[in-house]
Ligand binder design. Structure first.
Ligand SMILES: [Cu+2]
Length: 94
């Protein structure tokens, strides 16, 4: 009995993940972003990564705030995308 309740809630949680409003926001620290050119590079490339819906870069703090659809991409995939353009990032804990 307890087991089936647990299974049900797990299935429910997975279902909830698939709803259309699956927007997540993550802040990355971009160590290599040290001038306007780098910022542009990030903006030009990361904005078009699959699943990314919004991107805000801040040069002063070297951060990039990425809003993405978690049905289409993951934090790990985003990190890989940064790595691909030569700018590895660290997730900033909220
Ligand atoms: Cu630069």
């Amino acid at each position: 009995m307890l087991c089936s309740v647990f299974a049900f809630s797990m299935a429910y949680a997975q279902d909830a993940k698939k709803t259309k409003n699956a927007k997540e926001t993550v802040t990355f620290y971009v160590d290599g972003m040290d001038c306007a050119g780098c910022q542009k590079k990030v903006e030009k490339n990361i904005s078009f990564v699959k699943g990314v819906t919004d991107l805000k870069c801040d040069l002063a703090t070297k951060t990039a705030v990425v809003t993405y659809d978690s049905n289409k991409t993951t934090e790990k995939k985003l990190k890989d995308a940064f790595k691909k353009i030569g700018m590895p990032v660290e997730t900033v804990k909220p």
